[in-house]
Design a binder for this molecule. Structure first.
Ligand code: BG6
Length: 359
């Protein structure tokens, strides 16, 4: 079926997870290349089909004002969240083998990291864009085993409440063993070791049965010097925050400080908001529609190349290895309807930071 005879193309779309670790992903790539040419292989990641995710490229590279400040001189850190109120539903059998790390991080979350952190591509040709994405994924520093213990947090939901309704613990979901040690929540602190991002932590978190369904990229800028406000009642300055809202809200917002009217010098955080639906109407789409169309017209820009997939697995292998060697002893460690285990908050608190409050 895959032979391109009579002037017709044959393309194969492959759904994630692509392998279950670096070795199996490499083996799968080798096997595929025995029967297919790389240009026929479309490794799909539906996050790349989302409008707001693609908008990151336009936002960064079609506007003159952001790129000059898009680096370690101005940015303090980034927070990438993909939270869901949903549990594993009927997918327990798959999910229990995968876990939150494999299910979301080397694919969806790393797509967000790569588009946010990559260098400007020289064109929109598939390989020009993917070369830059691949470089960034390659620059994600694999954690040492010692770092995994502090920079990689795992959790599993217990019973709790979502929208006022009691929901069962992960271990009571259909097709999940009652003693499962599979994680349903992950938080990570990553470093990208290149000139643009050296010293800027990327905090990632994703999980099931969290307090809210929300995916977003929050860019936290460095604080302005405080000296000017020392003799005023202002105690601290909030930092500027740029948030790319991916779902369910689609848009971009920028927080800055404004003077609260009155005779006393007080500062209040305010926001400038751009909302997709208000400006362009809503375009309900899962991401898949666009990607399947792109595959049919032979545009692989928004698909994963073999090297990107392997670089992503390479970055998370130390976490997979250590977690396998040291099974968790405290699961379940967060109630459904919360923002995950307390260790996820401590991960940022240790650095004097906190997760953005998502309302
Ligand atoms: C899938 C994961 O790839 O992405 C699911 O397997 C997850 O566990 C889903 O729920 C999230 O996608 P979306 O588009 O709903 O954010």
């Amino acid at each position: 079926m895959v032979q391109e005879t009579g002037g017709h193309w044959r393309r194969v779309i492959i759904e994630k997870p692509f392998g279950h670790d670096l070795e199996s992903a490499r083996a799968l790539n080798v096997t595929l290349r025995e029967v297919l040419d790389e240009r026929q292989i479309y490794r799909i990641d539906h996050y790349l089909g989302k409008e707001t995710v693609q908008n990151m490229i336009i936002f960064r590279f079609a506007n003159g004002i952001f790129e000059p400040i898009w680096n370690r001189r101005y940015i303090d850190h980034l927070q990438i969240t993909a939270a869901e109120t949903l549990g594993v539903g009927s997918r327990g059998a798959y999910y229990d083998q995968a876990g939150a790390l494999r299910d979301m991080v080397p694919n969806h979350l790393f797509q967000l990291v790569s588009l946010t952190a990559m260098e400007p591509p020289v064109s929109f040709l598939a390989d020009a864009v993917r070369n830059e994405q691949a470089k960034v994924i390659d620059a994600i520093q694999p954690l040492t085993p010692q770092e995994v213990l502090t920079f990689a947090i795992r959790g599993q939901y217990g019973e709790g409440f979502i929208g006022g309704e009691r929901v069962p613990a992960y271990r009571s979901e259909p097709n999940v063993p009652p003693d499962s040690n599979t994680e349903t929540f992950v938080a990570l602190k990553l470093r990208i070791d290149n000139w643009r991002w050296a010293g800027v932590p990327f905090y990632l978190r994703t999980g099931k049965r969290l307090a809210k369904t929300v995916s977003e990229i929050a860019i936290q800028f460095k604080q302005a010097p405080f000296r000017l406000f020392r003799n005023t009642p202002v105690e601290s300055l909030q930092t500027n925050e740029l948030v790319i809202h991916i779902q369910p809200e689609e848009g971009v917002s920028l927080r800055f400080g404004a003077k609260i009217p009155g005779p006393i010098m007080r500062i209040g955080p305010v926001e400038m908001d751009f909302n997709y639906a208000d400006c362009f109407g809503s375009t309900p789409s899962t991401g898949y529609e666009r990607l399947i169309y792109d595959c049919m017209i032979g545009d692989a820009t928004l698909f994963q190349r073999a090297d990107m997939v392997e670089a992503a697995w390479n970055a998370i292998m130390p976490v997979l290895d250590l977690w396998k060697a040291l099974p968790p002893r405290d699961f379940p460690n967060y109630p459904a309807g919360s923002w995950g285990p307390p260790e996820a908050d401590e991960l940022l608190a240790r650095d004097g930071r906190q997760w953005r409050r998502v309302e």
